[in-house]
Write a protein that binds this ligand. Structure first.
Ligand code: NAD
Length: 332
């Protein structure tokens, strides 16, 4: 049996961390992404790195050839500012997962992982900051986030039917907000934790002492540090859990509290300007971890304070060095 593991979206944020972790375990890894190599967040010299557009069927065949396991994290995505304004682009990611599934099944791949999202849950469950955590069953009756969420839910079902009809082993995680170093922090696709770090660093470096916050800052979220995400992804892949499962932190905070954490790390206190017409997504969202605890006997545990400290330091260093992104060796 082949020991080759393929990571689709390996030049991206979570994919880059996953590649590094798999290599650390001594596995043979092929990372695949459509971005030019110098735009990958991490390039592991020990991995085979391929630049391919995985929305194309032939590229998927090339990507998965000889693999025993495939983690598909490739998607056209970003934070709320991106997904609210690019619904068609988000939905086109359906080509990636569909062609990856078809190619992987044909190539005799043993197991296939798909990264879904908490955006599959209906907004009607997320109207209050004092939110009831989202359990897996809440995805139906379906009314996901328009665009991005519909694509994720459709692709989840594609995985399910490949399993039911063809016996093809699929695993599906519904990630809740993931953050950490070696990810997007500017350019419009960044998510709240990275955006807030960037704004605090900018306020500090420029001496402006002000920060713009999207919405009134009272919307709530939970945020999972990327190391927890990478660990949970592999734990799920190794398991017999075939239904979609939440992988997310259950440590709920308001955006204002998140800003306070970053201010404390940075040693500043900023004047907050609230931009009430900015995209802000649902009012409150948290991960119900009952199922993951029951089935995987584990849940994300890295505290927001610790994870944000590592994230802030990395973004700070990138900004001081003057680059929006850095292509780095996996050794760090
Ligand atoms: P990311 O944007 O950093 O990584 C995705 C990668 O996919 C990018 O490097 C991009 O270039 C690549 N890609 C896009 N289209 C492609 C194509 N046609 N062919 C090949 N590569 C292509 O995002 P991420 O945060 O690392 O997210 C990884 C996965 O996890 C995505 O599927 C995303 O939807 C899902 N997810 C992420 C979060 C989060 O908070 N980051 C939350 C829920 C779900």
């Amino acid at each position: 049996m082949s020991d080759l593991v393929v990571v689709g979206g390996g030049g991206g944020f979570i994919g880059g961390h996953l590649v590094r972790d798999l290599i650390g375990k001594g596995l043979r890894v092929r990372a695949v992404d459509m971005k030019p190599l110098d735009a990958w967040y991490q390039v592991a010299p020990e991995a085979e790195s391929l630049v391919l557009d995985l929305s194309e069927r032939a590229a998927c065949e090339q990507a998965v050839a000889g693999a025993s396991r495939v983690f598909n994290l490739a998607a056209d995505m970003g934070g709320m500012g991106f997904i609210e304004n690019n619904k068609a682009l988000c939905m086109l990611s359906v080509l990636i997962n569909t062609h990856m599934l078809m190619a992987a099944r044909e190539a005799g791949v043993d197991r296939f992982f798909f990264s879904s999202s908490a955006c599959v849950y209906a907004a009607e469950h997320q109207t209050s900051p004092d939110v009831t955590a989202l359990a897996e069953a809440d995805a139906y009756p379906a009314m996901p986030e328009d665009g991005y969420g519909w694509e994720k839910l459709f692709s989840e079902r594609m995985c399910r039917h490949f399993l039911e009809d063809f016996g093809f082993q699929t695993r599906v995680a519904r990630y809740h907000n993931v953050y950490g170093p070696y990810g997007t922090y500017d350019g419009g696709r960044e998510k709240a934790p990275a955006a807030i770090c960037r704004k605090v660093v900018a306020a500090k470096l420029s001496g402006s002492n002000e920060i713009e916050i999207w919405g009134d800052g009272e919307q709530t979220r939970s945020f999972m540090y990327v190391d927890d995400c990478v660990y949970g992804t592999q734990r799920l892949m190794d398991s017999d859990v075939v239904e979609p499962i939440n992988i997310g932190s259950s440590e709920l905070v308001t955006i204002n509290q998140l800003v306070s954490i970053v201010e404390e790390i940075a040693g500043v206190e900023l004047k907050r300007n609230y931009k009430l017409d900015a995209p802000q997504g649902v009012r409150g969202r948290n991960s119900d971890n009952t199922l993951i605890l029951e089935r995987l006997d584990w849940e994300p545990s890295i505290s927001l304070r610790d994870g944000m400290e590592r994230t802030y330091r990395w973004i700070h260093d990138q900004m001081v060095a003057g680059g929006p992104t850095a292509t780095l060796s996996a050794a760090r």
